[in-house]
Ligand binder design. Structure first.
Ligand code: TPP
Ligand code: MG
Length: 403
């Protein structure tokens, strides 16, 4: 073994340390904000569902009803899926309660040919694009009819025909993917627009910088949409960013930006529509911050009562996006109690039927463990599969995750 010789010479004397300049006092961490700044906030619907004179975008009745029905459907789907998780019928679920307007309103602003690159809470987009509820539940269960054959985390739907890109758990990655896909569309010469989503937490990720910068420099035909739901698991927005708003980050990159009340579906739809049209007409990207609130836990594995105040949640319940929009529809004579109860009954039946259909599907075949990666399954994988098959019926690891 070679030994490192001891130093025989003295190390040079260090230059006399300069007295360090007094450090600026670190700002005290702001308390989790119950009421985010209202700077530049676009709002059309008041808390009670009234639209100020001259501000009503006057959307056609079928569009208004579509927005409302989708919001109600996703809320019911969410409620039922959380129940299934609590009953052990699915392993995990990420709810969107409180964010229905931000999700539904922005997706509805696209044309069917446009692509969606979702973040954590836009599963409703796949269903709005035609993924059946049964297929969505197949994915949550990870059964044999799941397109991903149980290889993805629940809620990571994928729906190519609906131009819905499979979500990645790795926060922020989809931002640069969305920008890249929009560039691809432009190079191909079509007028597809890409809507890329992110949460407030993703604005601290490298991909946010890469995506925003690239989109700005190349004038990519995309809309980057941030659902600022005030929390990134247990980290409040006040510890995520020192900017007054997230929208203003667009300014630094040279991207036009907008800040919208994310619990106001009319405002979300209108702002996103304008941004989509801008992108489609070759005027480049827009960054949108939708100010909203995640009313439940980050996921079914989270307990938000451990890190946030219930009073904050209660304050946001009063800004409920579904109640607010229903009040608007009722005022316009487009909705009433009879329609509400008939529709809720219809949705409940639709979800019940979808659960029953999905639960009737068996698990993926064992063989699928080794398919889809190589054109020809390599020998060592064949061998491992044979070992797995040999365990079948012998009660080994039955029903338990073998860790
Ligand atoms: C690169 C990366 N870092 C950390 C995580 C762990 N993680 C999962 S979700 C999440 C918070 C995301 O917050 P936000 O972007 O605000 O989305 P939200 O959940 O509020 O919709 C974190 C930190 C991750 N998945 N990927
Ligand atoms: Mg968040």
């Amino acid at each position: 073994m070679t030994r490192v010789a001891k130093r025989s010479v003295k190390p040079p004397a260090r230059p006399a340390a300069k007295k360090p300049a007094p450090r600026a006092k670190a700002p005290a961490a702001a308390a989790p904000a119950a009421a985010p700044s209202s700077a530049g906030l676009v709002q059309l619907l008041d808390a009670d569902g009234t639209v100020a004179r001259g501000k009503d975008p006057n959307l056609p009745t079928p569009t208004l009803l579509f927005l409302y029905e989708q919001m109600v459907q996703v809320r019911e789907f969410d409620r039922r899926m959380l129940m299934l998780q609590r009953q052990g019928r699915i392993g995990f679920y990420g709810p969107i309660l409180g964010q229905e307007a931000a999700t539904v309103g922005s997706i509805a602003a696209l044309e069917p040919r446009d692509w969606i690159f979702p973040a954590l809470r836009e599963g409703a987009a796949a269903m709005m694009r035609g993924l059946s509820l049964t297929e969505a539940i197949n994915q949550l269960i990870g059964n044999g009819k799941d397109r991903c054959k149980g290889r993805q985390m629940p809620c990571h739907y994928t729906f190519k025909e609906g131009h819905y890109y499979g979500m990645s758990s790795v926060i922020g990655t989809q931002i640069s993917h969305a920008v890249g896909a929009s560039m691809a569309a432009r190079i191909r010469g079509d007028d597809t627009v890409v809507l890329g989503y992110m949460g407030d937490g993703a604005t601290s990720a490298n991909d946010f910088h890469c995506g925003m910068n690239f989109a700005a420099v190349y004038g990519s035909p995309c809309v980057l949409f941030c659902q600022n739901n005030q929390w990134a698991i247990s980290v409040p927005i006040s510890k995520q960013s020192a900017s007054e708003t997230l929208a203003q980050k667009g300014k630094a990159y040279g991207i036009p930006y907008a800040r919208v009340d994310g619990n106001d579906v009319l405002a979300v739809y209108s702002v996103t529509k304008a941004a989509v049209e801008r992108a489609r007409s070759g005027l480049g990207p827009t960054f949108i911050e939708a100010v909203t609130y995640r009313r439940l836990g980050h996921s079914s594995s989270d307990d938000p009562t451990r890190y946030r105040d219930e009073a904050e949640v209660k304050a946001w319940e009063k800004k409920d996006p579904v109640d607010r929009f229903r009040a608007y529809l009722v005022r316009r004579g487009l909705w009433d109690d009879a329609k509400e109860s008939a529709f809720k009954e219809q949705i409940a039946q639709r979800v019940n039927a979808a659960i029953a259909a999905a639960e009737a599907n068996g698990p993926p075949a064992d063989e699928t463990l080794v398919t889809d990666v190589y054109a020809d399954v390599p020998a060592q994988l064949k061998e491992q599969l044979a070992d797995v098959l040999a365990l079948e019926g012998r009660g080994v690891n039955e029903g338990a995750f073998p860790l």
